[in-house]
Design a protein around this ligand. Structure first.
Ligand code: ZN
Length: 303
């Protein structure tokens, strides 16, 4: 039993429209679901990804309008690393973004709220997960998650859970790999800064690791055996989720690969309208009146 790399990464934004403009407009990702936070349906939950809305490339954002900027510290993820295919792709993105720190094989930059992102040239046999966008040549498009980087003072504290319960393989003193039969992804620690972190706009809320649908319950059992305290299996409608904190403090989720975002929308038209899980459908009128309307460019939804 192996986890299939990173399923999604969920972060916080204080400005849904600016978030759409950056992730769909500049980075060229497809908006694959426009919905609400299932734990607080008065706020947006926006999902961006590749054309198919695949687990393996799904960046999601909870919008808390006007949220103050947060800061990543101990027990928080501070950077999301996405794959690209070549140095020429980095050249393209460096020019398109107009900023970023370039080094061989890598371009580090931040989103408008300070969330740390990196594009990295990676040799992998995993299928590239790409979004098509009129301004972005397919050969330069981002190809899915490679890694998340978190802060901790002591990676050893998490080693037992990562290796024994989650089956991650160690790759250096503070890096691990989750490699399944479809995809792989890395989990890396950097030494935590002395300043305390706090959540807010531009910080990561949690990372989800992908599980084959029929193995999630067994993963949950292994997490309990390792001494962590997972939630029950929660039906998120597009996938099922279990959450727990790993010993360094980072919030982990184990999410099923299926059934996926096309379960309640035509795959050609994902993300065009506000989609509510069935149990919130009764609240639609009220929610649509509360949520700030956002403009999503047509190129970011239709395929
Ligand atoms: Zn999640």
């Amino acid at each position: 039993m192996k986890l299939e790399g990173i399923h999604h990464v969920s972060s916080i934004t204080g400005d849904a429209q600016a978030n759409v403009d950056f992730y769909a407009g500049v980075l060229g990702l497809r908006m694959v679901k426009k919905t609400v936070n299932q734990d607080d349906p008065t706020v947006y939950h926006l999902f961006y990804g590749d054309d198919a809305g695949s687990p393996g490339f799904d960046l999601t954002f909870f919008e808390y309008p006007g949220a103050a900027p947060g800061r990543a510290g101990q027990g928080m993820i501070h950077r999301i690393v996405l794959r690209v295919g070549s140095e020429a792709a980095l050249d393209f993105w460096e020019q398109r973004l107009g900023n970023g720190k370039r080094s061989p094989g890598s371009l580090e930059f931040s989103d408008p709220e300070g969330l740390g992102l990196e594009l990295r040239v990676v040799g992998t046999s995993d299928a590239p997960l790409t979004a098509s966008h009129p301004e972005i040549p397919a050969k330069f498009a981002m190809q899915g998650f490679e890694e998340v980087r978190a802060y901790t003072y002591d990676p050893e504290r998490s080693r037992e859970l990562l290796e024994s319960a989650l089956g991650f393989e160690r790759d250096g003193s503070s890096a691990w790999v989750a490699k399944g039969s479809h995809r792989g992804g890395r989990y890396v620690y950097d030494h935590a800064p002395s300043e305390l972190g706090f959540p807010g706009a531009g910080t990561v809320h949690h990372v989800a690791w992908a599980s084959l649908d029929d193995e999630q319950v067994a993963w949950r059992g292994r997490v309990i055996e390792a001494g962590a305290h997972p939630t029950p299996v929660i039906d998120r409608f597009w996938f099922k989720s279990v959450y727990f904190r790993e010993p360094s403090g980072v919030l982990f989720e184990i999410a099923t690969m299926g059934p996926g975002f096309a379960v309640d929308e035509d795959p050609e038209h994902l993300g065009e309208r506000l989609v509510l899980p069935p149990r919130f459908e009764d609240l639609r009128e009220q929610l649509e009146a509360t949520l700030t309307p956002i403009h999503v460019p047509a190129a970011a939804t239709r395929r």
